[in-house]
Design a protein around this ligand. Structure first.
Ligand SMILES: [Zn+2]
Length: 339
């Protein structure tokens, strides 16, 4: 227990809290900026099992803020979940790290969330957050929302059955283009670490069972404009008509809003979802090698073809880089990968 001695000395955690942390399972959804930082803090804190779910692979523009990744991960084109898992195992060998290279959606969430004590939001879109909100309510798992763009960030913890849910706070999906994204406004490292630190603090409170200490307010700040605010949500009761926590109609879990192609934040890239079916990456690599440079590892292939970079994962999912137009991306997928 020596490695946790400073955490054990911290009275609200102590030996009992540490034991609870070590018996906990946490699902980190998204292993990018927020996900890598929260995962590192929780692995160092000694969480029992940490599941990392991410659909993407490491690229050079991630290194500015995604703290677990190196230039080598980028050169190898490793999936983020795999690269992060390797680093976390080196940091704390006692933590069971489970990496899942997967698009978190209605068909994959149950297998990921089942039996977890907490879900951490490291995603970049509201569709997935509403899915996490549904999952949280359906299976009674607390989750912690975090978001950042530019120099602005926010954090809010949700306890199913106790606090209002995300849809009580924000009933509908924000319309496309209604808010800045890291595509349009960029994002700086400090705000990522600040949001992730707040999320991790709520995580430790929840995992140790100290629910009284959980912050029921929405915390937001802008580290460039020197603003910090908390929004008291205690006046906002759980809405009996809320489709999610009131009527328990889990539209996102049921896949009623599931898109087949999605633009990826900050990437000039589009993801094409596919029916999960194993792909013979070797055969595809052979075909594409005649058309351009192809790199391959055991998880995915990367092909530079016709001005696009195509990443094809073993489950048939693809990320088309070099366009943010979904139709064009589908066309590229159909031309070079086919179905
Ligand atoms: Zn609700």
């Amino acid at each position: 227990m020596e490695r946790y001695s400073r955490q054990l000395l911290f009275a609200p955690i102590g030996e009992q809290g540490q034991r609870r942390i070590s018996e906990s399972g946490v699902l980190a959804v998204g292993c990018g900026a927020l996900g890598t930082v929260t995962a590192e803090i929780l692995a160092r804190a000694g969480v029992g099992r940490l599941t990392l779910a991410d659909r993407d692979y490491v690229d050079e523009s991630n290194l500015q803020r995604q703290s677990l990744f190196t230039e080598e991960d980028c050169r190898l084109g490793l999936p983020k979940a795999v690269a992060a898992a390797r680093r976390l195992r080196a940091i704390n060998g006692a933590v069971e790290i489970v990496e899942r290279v997967v698009d978190v959606g209605p068909s994959s969430i149950e297998g990921l969330a089942a039996g977890q004590d907490l879900i951490l939001d490291g995603t970049d879109n509201f569709e997935t957050r509403y899915l996490l909100n549904d999952a949280s309510l359906c299976w009674g798992i607390p989750w912690v929302y975090g978001a950042c763009v530019g120099s602005y960030g926010l954090c809010l913890a949700f306890l199913p059955g106790e606090t209002p849910c995300l849809r009580c706070v924000l009933e509908r999906l924000p319309p496309p283009g209604s808010a800045p994204t890291c595509d349009t406004a960029g994002v700086i490292g400090p705000v990522v670490h600040l949001v992730a630190a707040l999320q991790s603090a709520e995580a430790l409170k929840i995992l140790t069972g100290d629910r009284r200490a959980v912050n029921r307010r929405l915390v937001s700040f802008d580290v460039w404009e020197n603003r910090m605010a908390t929004l008291d949500l205690s006046g906002l009761r759980r809405d009996p008509d809320c489709p999610a926590c009131g009527r328990r109609s889990f539209e996102f879990l049921e896949g009623r809003h599931d898109g087949r192609a999605a633009r990826l934040c900050g990437r000039n890239a589009v993801q094409i979802a596919a029916e999960a079916a194993p792909v013979d990456l070797g055969a595809v690599a052979e075909r594409l090698r005649r058309l351009g440079a192809v790199r391959r590892n055991e998880f995915l292939l990367l092909a530079e073809v016709d001005g696009f970079e195509i990443a094809l994962f073993r489950d048939g999912r693809s990320i088309i880089r070099g366009t943010d137009d979904e139709t064009e991306a589908r066309r590229v997928y159909a031309r070079f990968i086919g179905n």
